[in-house]
Design a protein around this ligand. Structure first.
Ligand code: ACO
Length: 333
């Protein structure tokens, strides 16, 4: 899905992130399932991941990331007009986690709702809110990617439990003033023929919660990793190329590419295909693993705060996840 040039430019005025304190290392996982630090690092690049406390919900992590983004943007919670939380691990099926965030941060003037697009969710939220701001419906938006994937991980399945982690990232979008940066181009896509490759089969209307279903781990993530891998590389490359072309940029002009942090080998393959040097590709998956919708949001905040790019520079975000879904954004920071 593509877009026409927006009338009102929309910029990213602030970013924030939060990860839980508890670190789960590869060595600790190797003590639980038949795996090793060597296998996990070689096949994925992940060294450790964060695990939220039992009483720390997706909304709590989301609110912490949101407060940091608000502070950087110089806005108060009551200034915010729209909150979108992208998550596949909401606090509850209903109400939306965004409603809990609204209450927790005191953003009582905001319309709040969730979207579910797995790892692409943060970029879906970015495109939706950008359009709503540029159309004049809202002055600003707080978008958040937040996940407590530890609650939907099968800790007995070595093929998936080594991959995921918990955390949240947020960004404040608002109308850009003349001379400020802007979200120049966005892209998103879906292939519903491939829902079976990556899913949590239980917990919804198709397979409601029963003790029998829970015993069979139907409430945890299943993935056909190899198939997902191949499609991820192609779709992410195509989505990134589309936004780069639409923005009219050349690969050598891009200061930073921030890909979904699922697998180091996927990230390297994309950097290769886009002809962007590795040092311009932001990677933090060794610390956090795959945090689904939170992944790009956390990475963008870390990249922003550690000076991986400056105001006016070009950055590209690109994601891929269950659905299957994919998305990309080209941003003049
Ligand atoms: N430790 C040791 N051995 C393992 C482990 C483990 N943790 N996991 C699997 N293995 C074994 C397998 O059993 C298999 O053994 P076999 O050859 O005897 O059958 C062997 O290692 C190879 O397994 P593969 O699944 O083929 O390994 P692969 O190299 O494909 O790596 C991985 C698996 C890391 C999951 C990779 O396929 C991947 O990253 N896929 C994409 C994930 C992704 O991008 N997901 C999208 C977003 S997630 C979301 O939306 C929530």
């Amino acid at each position: 899905m593509s877009e026409k040039t927006s009338v009102i430019d929309v910029c990213i005025a602030g970013t924030g992130s939060y990860v839980p304190e508890k670190i789960l290392t590869n060595e600790e996982l190797a003590a639980r399932v038949d795996t090793s630090d060597e296998w996990i690092v070689t096949r994925t690049g992940i060294k450790e991941r964060r695990i939220a406390a039992d009483d720390e919900f997706t909304s709590h992590m989301a609110s912490k990331a949101a407060r940091r983004a608000l502070e950087q943007a110089g806005l108060e919670p009551l200034d915010i007009e729209l909150i979108i939380v992208a998550t596949i691990t909401p606090d509850t099926p209903t109400p939306a986690t965004a409603c809990h965030v609204q209450q927790q941060i005191g953003a009582f003037n905001a319309v709040a709702f969730d979207i579910s697009a797995a790892c692409s969710g943060f970029l879906y939220a970015m495109k939706i809110s950008k359009r709503l701001i540029s159309d004049g419906a809202f002055k600003n938006a707080l978008i958040i990617g937040a996940e407590k994937l530890s609650t939907v991980t099968n800790w007995e399945d070595r093929s998936t439990c080594v991959l995921f982690g918990d955390g949240a990232g947020a960004a404040i979008l608002r109308r850009a003033e003349p001379g400020e940066g802007s979200i120049v181009a966005t892209e998103m896509g879906t292939d519903g023929n491939l829902t079976h490759l990556l899913e949590i089969p239980g917990g919804g209307s198709a397979c409601p919660i029963t003790s029998e279903n829970v015993n069979q781990h139907t409430h945890t993530l299943n993935m056909q990793g190899k198939e997902v891998f191949k499609i991820a590389v192609n779709r992410m490359k195509e989505a990134a190329e589309k936004v780069i072309a639409r923005a009219g940029w050349k690969a050598e002009e891009i200061a930073c590419v921030i890909p979904h942090q699922a697998n180091r080998r996927i990230i390297d393959a994309i950097a290769d295909r886009l002809a962007v040097p590795n040092e311009r590709v932001f990677i933090n998956l060794h610390k956090y693993g795959n945090t689904s919708a939170a992944s790009i949001a956390i990475a963008m905040d870390e990249a922003n705060r550690t000076g991986a790019f400056k105001r006016g520079e070009y950055i590209v975000l690109v994601a891929f996840g269950a659905g299957l879904t994919w998305a990309a954004a080209a941003i003049r920071w």
